[in-house]
Design a protein. Structure first.
Length: 398
């Protein structure tokens, strides 16, 4: 059947109405006219698949990635970069409006929309290397990822020589293009380290959580701070926008003296917030991340920045100190119920909520809206050409 795409949903899928039923159609943009077949039916909606593009919308732009049609990664490569920014801004505004919160978000763009990622996770299936199609286990074979650092892409052709039948390969790098490779497989691998070193700045290989060669961590210098992060610790995948995030955190807490950083990772936000006369405390559940954070505080002479190894949900009600501001950067699942309740009870004068998932952000903001008002919202284009957004929401007590 032939339909016209009316708009995009919050996951970057086209929306059309077939017999008054909302139909989600991936890989389309507004004003596309397409032939579709229905592949899944639910009570209130259905999903379609394009069988033929009749006419492309006037904002259509040919994808720069040859794997775009099948790969489950980027959703918005058939848009210009400017249109993806417009889409993300309207998406966040509309999500807030659904909760009767009117905002004027400040957008911070990515200065390097292509080849920006410092981390890639590849699947190996029956000796083929690539990504899965969205919501499937069907492999899309690739030899390059066009939003990933070029130094990482140099590693991909070598994977087929490592004797891996099935497994997962994670490749990380820093801005100096030093490479750390993490291999997870049941296979006995064979890696020619010397051949790799001819093409890349190899600093380490981790094989099933054990160091096989070199070191199991990287260093990154950003905004005058030096960060060490282990192979299994979280670090922002876009260093160019991360620098802007860290600078923004520093600016937002410049008047605050006591700061609590929840889900603190390797300490990037806590250390960005730290000043000579500031006390900062971070809580994080991943042991290696906490060790990194403690080491990073020493590396940067931040004596008043401390880190605690614990689950935020278990530790939160043990906090006795009054903090001026809470910085929160939770996983995609958002803030747990107990921590939200404790925040509403303790009533810090300011909350800085950093989120990579717009839906859980809005859910938590609605709960906090009982006693807090939204002062500012920033949209950082951390994940260019995807529907994902990184937001900073600044809340002040009413």
């Amino acid at each position: 059947m032939r339909v016209e795409i009316e708009k995009l949903d919050h996951q970057g899928q086209g929306i059309a109405y077939i017999d008054n039923i909302v139909t989600f159609i991936p890989k389309t943009i507004p004003k596309d006219i397409v032939e579709v077949e229905i592949v899944e039916k639910k009570k209130k909606y259905q999903k379609g698949r394009v069988t033929k593009y009749i006419k492309r919308g006037h904002d259509f732009k040919e994808s720069f990635c040859p794997f775009y049609a099948l790969c489950g990664g980027c959703n918005l490569e058939n848009y210009s970069y400017e249109k993806t920014i417009e889409y993300k801004k309207e998406k966040i505004k509309n999500l807030f409006l659904k909760k009767n919160i009117d905002i004027s978000p400040i957008v911070i763009e990515n200065p390097m929309p292509k080849n920006y990622r410092n981390k890639i996770e590849l699947k190996v299936k029956n000796k083929e290397v690539g990504f899965y199609e969205k919501r499937t286990n069907k492999l899309v074979r690739i030899n390059e990822c066009f939003i990933t650092n070029k130094a990482i892409n140099k590693v991909i052709p070598f994977i087929n020589t490592w004797n891996i039948n099935n497994g997962k390969i994670t490749i990380r790098c820093n801005k100096n293009e030093e490479i750390l490779i993490i291999i997870e497989t049941k296979d006995t691998i064979k890696v020619d380290v010397e051949e790799l070193k001819k093409e890349i700045k190899l600093v380490g290989i981790v094989y099933n959580n054990n160091s096989m060669y070199g070191q199991n961590f990287l260093y990154e210098r950003m905004n005058g701070l030096l960060f060490r992060y282990s192979y299994d610790a979280f670090f922002q995948v876009n260093p160019y926008v991360a620098e802007k995030l860290f600078s923004l955190i520093e600016e937002l807490v410049k008047e605050d003296k006591k700061i609590l950083d929840l889900y603190s990772g390797v300490g990037t936000l806590a250390l960005s917030a730290s000043k000579i006369d500031t006390e900062v405390y971070g809580i994080e559940i991943i042991p290696n991340a906490v060790l990194n954070a403690i080491n990073n505080a020493k590396l940067n002479n931040k004596d008043k920045t401390k880190f605690l190894l614990n689950d935020v949900e278990k530790a939160i009600d043990k906090i006795k100190m009054d903090f001026d501001v809470w910085i929160i950067d939770p996983p995609r699942s958002g803030i747990d119920k107990k921590t939200l309740e404790t925040m509403l009870k303790n009533k810090p004068k300011k909350i800085i909520y950093v989120s990579c998932d717009a839906l859980t952000l809005i859910r938590d903001i609605e709960a906090l809206n009982k006693i807090y008002e939204v002062e500012k919202v920033y949209i950082l284009d951390m994940f260019s050409y995807t529907y994902h957004t990184e937001c900073i929401c600044v809340l002040k007590i009413r």
